[in-house]
Design a protein around this ligand. Sequence first.
Ligand SMILES: [Zn+2]
Length: 355
Amino acid sequence: MEHLNHLPVPALHRFERLPDGFIDAPVERLGEILPGPSLIQIEGEPGPPLFVSILLHGNETTGFDAMQKLLARYDAPRRLLPRPVLLFVGNVAAAGRGLRKLDGQADYNRIWHDERYQEHRLAREVLAEVAKAAPLAAIDLHNNTGKNPHYGCVNRLDDATLSLARRFSKTMVWFTEPREVIAVALSRICSSVTLECGVSGNAAGTSHVENYLRHCLELSAEALFTPPPNHLSDLFHTTARIIVPEGASVGFGASVESADICLREDLENLNFERVSEGTELGRFRDGAKPLVVIDNEERDVTSRYLDFSEQRIITKLPIVPSMFTRDVRVIMQDCLGYIMEPYEVKREKTVDPAS
Ligand SMILES: [Zn+2]
């Protein structure tokens, strides 16, 4: 048990209808409407609800913006939605301050697996409510800081889950780590996806998400869960993450003088590109600890992927990176980025009776 929490244990607030003022509230004043993490039932036509979670990271507002627009469009709660929505609004306190999380809080998308943080009680309560509601599908909405396409992440490879992600973007990522995210926990209850909706506050991103959610509310379950043709063309598997060792300073650009590790200026442009072996990611100061690569089993696999010689950080294998970011705060709180590889889903071959 880590003793990093100084703030009171967050309680889950339950709402049996959409609270007044939710649709118009600016995110900085959401705390005046929701006293903390909240689970909100929004009425719809009879049937299983759609579970949606937003603001698990307080500075990722596209899901919130899209949900406000969507609810206004349907004139909720005065009119019924095409299907009910169970909405979880995560880190309201951090959202009020425009931060991923407050100091002393756990990361709200890392509390869904074990009892490491005191917020696990909140997580357990939410999951119990979700299981009781037996949703059709679950959608967790996020933004990232680097240059990335919009993409959907899956934790299972069944048709329904892949179809849910493919409806959002042809770019899809399958990951099993970090296992502490809400989508992994939800995937044991129903088909679930994490949607990465580009940078926060971008209007095109908001309307993309709003349209996606509208489809999820209006399409039949059969249509929603039937994968389109070629839906696996851009599926990647996350195999490792790259972290900066504690205590090392990071900068961008040509000069090694300013920081222990100096990453290339255009690092973000490598996201979702096939980066060949021998590519220089940056340089490091003599004596500094360069980057560390950790695989899905928490093993240090740095020497498999990266070569450090003559102060240069060079790839040893072809890789497809994601979530490379220039945001040093995010690099320190989370990681520099992930390493992926194109993934082929192995299907059971059906025997052709004619052959
Ligand atoms: Zn996030």
